[in-house]
Design a binder for this molecule. Structure first.
Ligand SMILES: C[S@@+](CC[C@H](N)C(=O)[O-])C[C@H]1O[C@@H](n2cnc3c(N)ncnc32)[C@H](O)[C@@H]1O
Length: 233
């Protein structure tokens, strides 16, 4: 099992570096989903179940949707979107890979979840941050980001964080789940874990950190996970 996962991660690094060499930093996601051709074991993060670190956080905080809107960033096959839907959120979920979105629709298309093939950097206007006088407002009450920041190049990190922060409505919440590293640790290979310093960029987007939980990894050799909650007041 662990051996298969390591093989899948090796293939991810191969496809990603082929694309990176051509200056294409996001095209490898679609290439990987297309190569998997419906076999989720080829995709290291696609477990067909909600992220266990997020689920544990949601259970411990008693998270409930109560009809609020939620946006799932880089939703992959849609398992976390489905989880939020079942908690009572009105969910929109997007991914840059059209193949992932078609796959998510096959898995969860029966549920009332809006799946869209979109690039984080080119969202529809209604999702986005607008500035009304002093008020800064994104389009969603709850935004969930799991593992999308860490595989994107580190020199894009601030840009990625800003784009995600902009989706959060006034009074809304953002939850980020990421591999974590110390501020002084150099990340070596993809996916590049986030440090507290990297995460502090969310606070420059007008968000306040309200929870920071460090969870031990459940696989040998894997870094801990940070589950971080922000709100826009
Ligand atoms: C490591 S995967 C994590 C997927 C999912 N969040 C999960 O935890 O199972 C990162 C996801 O982000 C998507 N992604 C990467 N860059 C993106 C972008 N610019 N806009 C939207 N999605 C993006 C990828 O296609 C991929 O599905």
């Amino acid at each position: 099992m662990a051996e298969n996962k390591e093989k899948a991660r090796e293939r991810v690094r191969e496809i990603a570096s082929e694309h990176y060499r051509r200056g294409d930093v996001t095209g490898w996601f679609e290439a990987l989903y297309a190569e998997a051709d419906g076999d989720n074991s080829i995709i290291p993060w696609a477990d067909l179940e909600p992220n266990r670190f997020f689920k544990s956080w949601a259970e411990s905080t008693g998270l409930k949707g109560e009809g609020r809107t939620a946006l799932v960033v880089g939703c992959g096959l849609g398992d976390d979107a489905k989880y939020l839907h079942d908690l009572g959120f009105k969910v929109t979920a997007f991914d840059i890979s059209p193949t992932a979105i078609e796959w998510a629709k096959r898995l969860y298309g029966e549920d009332d979840i809006r799946f869209e093939a979109r690039d984080l950097f080119h969202p529809p206007q209604s999702w986005n941050f607008t500035q009304t006088g002093e008020a800064k407002t994104g389009g969603f009450d709850f935004v969930l980001e799991i593992y999308t920041i860490q595989p994107l190049p580190i020199d894009m990190r601030e840009q990625v964080v800003d784009a995600i922060g902009d989706f959060v409505a006034e009074g809304g919440t953002l939850v980020v789940v990421t591999r974590g590293r110390g501020d002084d640790e150099e990340p070596d290979e993809l996916p590049w874990p986030m440090s507290r310093r990297d995460l502090s960029r969310f606070e420059s987007c007008g968000l306040s950190q309200t929870h920071f939980v460090v969870m031990p990894a459940d696989e040998e050799g894997e870094p801990p996970r940070f589950v971080v909650e922000y709100t826009r007041r």
